[in-house]
Write a protein that binds this ligand. Sequence first.
Ligand code: SF4
Length: 87
Amino acid sequence: MIDLTVTTWREAAACLEISEQVSFFPDKEDLAGIAKAKAVCATCPVADECLTWAVETNQTEGIWGGHTPKERRAIRRRWLEEIKKAS
Ligand code: SF4
């Protein structure tokens, strides 16, 4: 589990440079917008950290770590099942 108080990975985020050109909170029907955001995430050096943070803090909106809310819900479900099995 990551330390949720440590978010220095954000300083290396690819979206810092282009956040005005690409929305990371596109409507769920905006497939082109989702694809644009995911394309940026695909180049991001901290995508793994971003995805982990978004899953562990249960971010319910936006594209984080190259994943939509629906995709993250599935990841979070598996993550919670693993925690439950381990306890
Ligand atoms: S993975 Fe995407 S949303 Fe997360 S920091 Fe990188 S560019 Fe931004």
